[in-house]
Design a protein around this ligand. Structure first.
Ligand SMILES: C[S@@+](CC[C@H](N)C(=O)[O-])C[C@H]1O[C@@H](n2cnc3c(N)ncnc32)[C@H](O)[C@@H]1O
Length: 360
């Protein structure tokens, strides 16, 4: 996808909307094709810096995780990744869709599987599945189940035939469907190799539909200001640098939460807390009020449904640090809080509830 003409039928990049043969389709597309590489991905200084930080941090994080699959090389016997194995007429049938066909390269596919830590319990949905290589690879090599959707019926046929030939047609399904109309709620891993404008258009649905903890991986294009949790530079067969990004869908943390600490049967020893939190993607912050005392949230972390944050405030004549950690399930959080201050050091169970709107 490197030498496409500057024509919005193939690529909106460099073409002014008014010059396009099909401005409506141009609006739905983006400005950069999937194969364009890091330098062309310029969503702004903040997003770029966040992505570079993720790239810098990723290898250490991946090494530290013992559950990360080790052997992720994509082998020819699993699924062909050879461009010539997809007939030109099948590729051409994608030309006028939101994104033309190009298969993810083996290195990118391996990085997608590895960053998403695809495993036996996963259900992988590939939006715009092309010849089916992503889903077939996830099923064959990692024991997952999956669904690929593509509007190009010729490519869907190829994917189905390949899954059948590999003996995994029951676990790797493919259907002709628009990515914008696909129910993605079942995915535990969502994969994409699309255009920047297309992935950005999908972003609100990804955040509102997918369960907290779902991994989202994108070959080449990032999701704007939603900072990736990991990213990896991959080399194409021709030696071009590309980037694969991974995000974990965060739980909804924003709002008002309430909880008590202390013996519930001794009311004058019970401490009442209210937290007012704001959130942007996986980042959150705000204030916890203990009685009438406001305490600023620090060291806040949110990964999927796992939450942790700290506050410090006065209890009696001591400054007591509170380190909360727990898991969000809908409108409840269950976990523990470590209280430390002076010689006091204790860990208590912690249960918080999302307060009704009227209390806000
Ligand atoms: C760059 S290819 C990616 C193929 C495959 N996911 C991979 O990584 O090898 C993009 C695919 O999206 C499909 N596509 C484009 N617009 C679509 C839409 N609105 N709904 C479904 N599929 C679409 C194209 O037919 C093409 O096969």
């Amino acid at each position: 996808m490197t030498n496409r003409p500057l024509d919005c039928r193939n690529w909106c990049g460099g073409t002014r909307r008014g010059d396009c043969a099909d401005p409506a389709r141009c609006d739905r597309r983006s400005s950069t094709p999937p194969g364009a590489g890091l330098r062309r991905v310029a969503f702004g200084v903040v997003a770029g810096a966040a992505c570079l930080l993720a790239i810098a941090l990723e290898p250490a994080a991946a090494r530290d995780d013992p559950s990360a699959p080790r052997d992720t090389a994509v082998e020819a016997r699993d699924v062909s990744t050879d461009a010539k194995d997809v007939p030109a007429e099948a590729k051409d049938a994608s030309k006028n869709l939101d994104v033309p066909y190009e298969g993810s390269e083996p290195a990118a596919m391996a990085a997608m599987m590895e960053l998403a830590r695809v495993g036996r319990d996963d259900f992988v949905i590939d939006l715009g599945s092309g010849d089916g290589r992503i889903v077939i690879n996830a099923v064959k090599r990692f024991g997952a189940r999956g669904l690929g959707v593509d509007l190009n019926a010729k490519l869907v046929d190829i994917a189905k035939r390949r899954a059948k030939a590999a003996g995994i047609a029951d676990r790797a399904r493919f259907q002709v469907q628009d990515i914008f109309e696909t129910d993605i709620s079942r995915a535990t891993v969502l994969t994409m190799f699309l255009y920047p404008g297309v992935v950005m258009k999908l972003r609100p649905r990804i955040l509102s539909t997918l369960a907290p903890g779902t991994r989202v991986v994108s070959n080449e294009h990032h999701l704007g200001l939603w900072r990736p949790d990991a990213a990896r530079v991959v080399k194409s067969a021709e030696g071009r640098d590309g980037v694969v990004y991974m995000w974990t869908v965060p739980a909804r943390m924003a709002g008002l939460w309430i909880w008590d600490l202390g013996p519930s049967n001794v009311s004058d020893m019970t401490l009442n807390y209210r937290a007012k939190l704001t959130q942007k993607f996986q980042d959150f912050g705000g204030e916890v009020v203990l009685g009438l005392q406001p305490m600023t949230v620090f060291d806040a972390r949110l990964r999927g449904a796992e939450i942790a944050f700290s506050v410090s405030g006065e209890i009696g004549d001591r400054i007591v640090r509170h380190d909360f950690s727990g898991r969000i399930k809908g409108n409840e959080i269950a976990g523990t809080v470590r209280l430390s201050g002076g010689v006091v050091q204790t860990v208590l169970p912690w249960r918080a509830w999302r307060a009704p709107e009227v209390l806000k």
